[in-house]
Design a protein around this ligand. Structure first.
Ligand code: SAM
Ligand code: SF4
Length: 319
């Protein structure tokens, strides 16, 4: 599916819930309101939208949230989406807290890869950022994921609070075949309260400490991260310079919120509400709405100038 700027749209992030078992300060402040359960799409509705999307050219799906692993039976959804014609890859982004126990079922269901969000290896700082003392569970989740053989990436949002302990996180890629990606904070929802620290400073710090970061030119994953290898490291480091880097020209993605809204850019409220059509079982209408929304996908975000439009926080959009 091509948009009006010639970009091939082949990747859809699907938020399966706006609920979460953590309360990261930049995403879900304490007391955050969640949407009523009846507003959230059922697995069958999500599968039907994925199927409509696949018929239009979407090849890769990533499940996200909120926290996708708090949605009961998410393994069944993995199996249902894997069975959709045209879907070539299905991955999941998680905070890792429930990953160790959920992973065997997810792998059996056909999950191809997992991204685990981790902003610090310091237990107290982890508790301060996420509101919970669950760092050990996340570490167990990472171990389990590595052991299971699925592709593993770590996502770290750069903030004032963790800025001086990012090399420790990068070092996880030294002995394990995983990629550690540093993401610039985007001014979305609660993220607006935090400045966006450029990934370039982290890049320089890593080069100072480990020597030249060699760019990897082979395609890794289906996203905007730029990857680099470091001499002596098994895995790679990556940078998603979402604010200071301009990668909109190669954007290949759309997002489905847990309430069934197809969002065509993180920065704007543009898109299409698919819920009524999918609930009526009118998949032709779902396809038309999706195609029209993609045609009107905005050219670029304006995060360098100001925050994202709308009220929706990252837990609703899915990152
Ligand atoms: N709960 C899961 C998790 O944390 O991985 C999935 C949903 S979470 C919204 C997806 C990703 O978005 C996480 O890596 C999180 O750190 C990131 N994120 C949340 N708010 C952000 C913001 N304002 N800017 C950049 N990344 C953000
Ligand atoms: Fe939950 Fe993920 Fe948001 Fe943290 S970033 S509050 S883990 S949805």
């Amino acid at each position: 599916m091509e948009d009006s700027f010639g970009r091939e749209i082949e990747y859809m992030r699907v938020s399966v819930t706006d609920r979460c078992n953590l309360r990261c300060v930049y995403c879900m402040p304490k007391g955050v309101k969640t949407i009523p359960a009846r507003e959230i799409l059922t697995f069958e509705e999500i599968r039907d939208i994925c199927s409509a999307a696949a018929s239009l050219g979407i090849k890769y799906i990533r499940l996200t949230g909120g926290e996708p692993l708090v949605r009961l039976g998410v393994e069944r959804l993995v199996e249902m989406i894997k069975a959709v014609d045209g879907i070539e890859g299905l991955t999941l982004t998680t905070n890792g807290v429930l990953l160790e126990e959920k992973l065997p079922g997810l792998v059996r269901a056909g999950l191809d890869g997992v991204n685990i969000s981790l902003d610090t290896l310091d237990r107290e700082l982890f508790r301060r950022i996420t509101g919970f003392d669950r760092l050990d569970d996340v570490k167990k989740g990472i171990k389990a994921a590595l052991y299971s053989g699925v592709k593993v990436k770590l996502n770290t949002v750069i903030m004032e609070e963790n800025r001086n302990c990012l090399t420790r996180l990068a070092e996880l890629a030294k002995d394990e075949p995983l990629d550690v990606r540093f993401i610039e904070m985007m001014p979305i929802g609660e993220g607006q309260r935090y400045g966006s620290i450029s990934g370039e400073g982290v890049f320089s710090e890593l080069e100072e400490k480990y020597g030249r970061l060699e760019p990897c030119f082979d395609r890794i994953g289906s996203g905007p991260a730029r990857y680099y290898s470091i001499d002596g490291f098994e895995g790679r480091v990556g940078f998603i310079n979402a604010v200071h880097g301009a990668f909109c020209g190669s954007c290949n993605r759309i997002r489905l919120t847990s309430a069934g809204f197809l969002k065509t850019c993180l920065c704007y409220e543009d898109g299409a509400d698919l819920k009524a059509a999918v609930r009526r079982g009118d998949l032709d209408e779902v396809r038309c709405l999706m195609a029209e929304a993609v045609k009107n996908k905005p050219k670029a975000h304006h995060f360098a100038l100001g925050p994202a439009e709308g009220e929706g926080g990252m837990n609703r959009i899915g990152g």
